[in-house]
Design a protein around this ligand. Structure first.
Ligand code: M6R
Length: 602
């Protein structure tokens, strides 16, 4: 994953890099580093293991400069150490490079071109910068050396590089990994996303795969793979600096959980105007013409796909199949004659999903991306995009993006069903039902202290736990379980309640926490039966039940919403359970170990 940022021009480079890296920390946070220089070639290269704060502690106030590159790392090749932290330096010492991505042929490059070189760490990045140094031996310019190396490197990369002999220039390139140029007055920037640069500018230029960019304080020149110059218009980002602050919240995750009712209302406002669904005709036609929908996604977005399957099939009268993006290549489903691929991805940058998109596009299949990332890779490369409009999601654990994904899928299903006069869509007043969802969410959120109290003691010391549910509740169980394990490190399984007795019930012992979800009368009696089975084996059960099928002894009662949309309401307690369990265990809620927000490696 990793995050990179660079600046050249009239700004204090150190300050810009640190501010940018703090915004990119969600992409990886096991080590970080910066390189800064200026016209007089007063240079500093500093690295630290751990968070950006550790790096900051090592940087003295005298370190500034006008050109710089910075990096926050999520280890792929080699442990988190200063030797492996970026920036990396070429054998000759001339080039300094930061990199996000994975170079697949690094071993071959090393064996073919760099046998005599000495390396300080184990990263693929070090091979890349040594290779550029090697190419410079037979090149007239750095640009030529950089271009030659780019032709040899296979895999994913976003590079920002400084030639120490030319301190007013950044050499930039990308393939598969995200990278944007930010335009300032008297300075220009480069970063893994717009948030890293939003304090400095709202004007951005996209870089496409296999392009190289030369960034100076007054100019940005883009070249395609053949070396031809390209003109590209900039765009203005709608992001606001206040969107990416925590405000008075102790953690982004809690802020983002609390934002969900307003995100649902925003989705209604954006997508329903005077009762008309604002979905472009091309998308409606693509869904209507498809004989089968394949939803491709990972993690929470995959769970959002499952939560959407039933209403999508009913309202569009089209079968829906779910595909885990990282598995697609190994378990390729027998494709229908006219498939439509829907890529659900909060970031729009997930490499696993992107590699499927590349394959399905090559086969000529239409694609739609549902994302929170306008201008993201999946958005740019798919035929169509629907935006979540959820606002930036910073906490690694995805919350508001999940509910926004389901809501936007519902908008799409309703728009298609309404356009075709399908019965299930006609009967379903989505605008009204989503408003009820927002109200239900508010009620649950208002009662969060109760959830904090229920969690206390039960999950604070446990090593494992279960979520169980049937039907739509099974999908919420999967999501609730992912949320709990990724931030609290409690080993948790989301299980189909009826499947427990086929083996997994063997794991239930005295005190094992089991959260049972019941959102409808059709599953209530059977799931309650499963609750009794686990309780009689010692489990401590928390029941999360929709109001219309609750009994007074239930623990968490959620105001009932339409059966198509139960996941949107029932997931809120599971998010809060994960949050409070983690808080009580004293862990870093927003930045859990080993994870990153944007998973840009396969
Ligand atoms: O950006 P994406 O939605 O494509 O990301 C997919 C998963 O990496 C993501 O949902 C992950 O599972 C979250 N950390 C879960 O909270």
């Amino acid at each position: 994953m990793c995050g990179i940022v660079g600046v050249v021009g009239t700004r204090n480079a150190t300050d810009v890099l640190i501010q940018g890296l703090q915004k990119l920390e969600y992409r990886g946070y096991d080590s970080a580093g910066i390189f800064v220089t200026d016209e007089t070639r007063t240079e500093t290269l500093i690295k630290a293991v751990g968070r950006i704060a550790k790096l900051q502690e090592k940087i003295g106030i005298e370190v500034n400069g006008s050109t710089g590159i910075g990096h926050t790392r999520w280890a792929t090749h080699g442990v988190a150490s200063e030797d492996n932290a970026h920036p990396h330096v070429s054998e000759t010492g001339r080039y300094v490079l930061v990199h996000n991505g994975v170079i697949e042929n690094f071993k071959e490059l090393k064996e073919e071109y760099l046998v005599a070189d000495t390396f300080v760490g184990q990263t693929d990045t070090e091979i890349a910068v040594h290779l550029i140094g090697e190419m410079a031996k037979t090149s007239a310019t750095t640009q030529e050396a950089f271009a030659k190396a780019l032709k040899l490197i296979q895999g994913s990369f976003a590079f920002a590089m400084v030639d120490r002999e030319e301190p007013g220039t950044l050499y930039v390139a990308k393939n598969k990994s995200p990278l944007l140029i930010g335009l300032g007055e008297g300075y220009n920037l480069v970063g893994s996303d717009a948030m890293a640069m939003i304090r400095e500018t709202k004007n951005f230029v996209e870089i496409h795969d296999n392009e190289m960019v030369i960034v100076k304080k007054e100019s940005v020149e883009i070249f395609d793979a053949s070396g031809a110059k390209i003109e590209r218009e900039h765009y203005v980002a709608e992001l606001d600096l206040s969107d990416i602050g925590k405000g008075t919240y102790p953690y982004y995750m809690l802020k983002e959980i609390d934002e969900q009712p307003s995100v649902i209302r925003r989705i209604i406002q954006k997508y329903v105007v005077d009762g008309e669904y604002q979905v472009e005709q091309g998308i409606i036609d693509a869904v209507t013409e498809a004989d089968r929908i394949y939803i491709v996604a990972a993690g929470t977005s995959y769970h959002a796909g499952y939560a959407s399957k039933e209403f999508f099939e009913k309202m569009t009268e089209t079968p829906v199949e779910l595909c885990l993006s990282s598995e697609f290549g190994y378990n390729i489903p027998l494709l229908s004659k006219k498939p439509l691929f829907i890529y659900i991805s909060q970031s729009g940058e997930t490499a696993d999903s992107r590699q499927v998109l590349v394959k399905t596009s090559a086969l000529g299949h239409k694609s739609l991306t549902i994302t929170n990332g306008p201008g993201s890779t999946l958005s740019r490369e798919a035929d169509f995009t629907l935006l979540l409009n959820a606002g930036p999601e910073i906490a690694v654990a995805s919350t508001k993006a999940y509910t926004a994904q389901i809501a936007v899928m519902a908008v799409l299903a309703k728009a298609v069903g309404a356009a075709n006069g399908y019965e299930a869509a006609k009967e379903f007043d989505l605008e009204h039902e989503l408003a009820l969802v927002a109200t239900s969410m508010v009620a649950t959120l208002d009662d969060k202290e109760k959830i904090a109290n229920i969690v206390e003691g039960l999950l604070t010391g446990t090593r494992n736990a279960f979520y169980i549910g049937r039907g739509a509740d099974y999908f919420v169980a999967m999501e609730g379980s992912l949320k709990l394990k990724e931030i609290s490190y409690i080993q948790c399984e989301g299980f189909a309640a009826g499947e427990l007795k086929h083996g997994t019930i063997a794991l239930i012992e005295e005190g094992t926490p089991v959260q049972a979800i019941i959102s409808g009368a059709n599953t209530a009696s059977h799931t309650r039966g499963n609750i009794m089975e686990v309780e009689s084996r010692g489990a401590k059960v928390i029941t999360i039940v929709a109001a219309d099928c609750a009994v007074p002894t239930d623990d968490i009662i959620v105001p009932t919403v339409h059966k198509y949309l139960t996941s949107l309401a029932m997931v809120i307690p599971t998010q809060l359970i994960a949050y409070y369990a983690t808080l009580q265990r004293g862990l870093d809620i927003d930045k859990p170990r080993n994870l990153a927000k944007s998973v840009t490696v396969e």
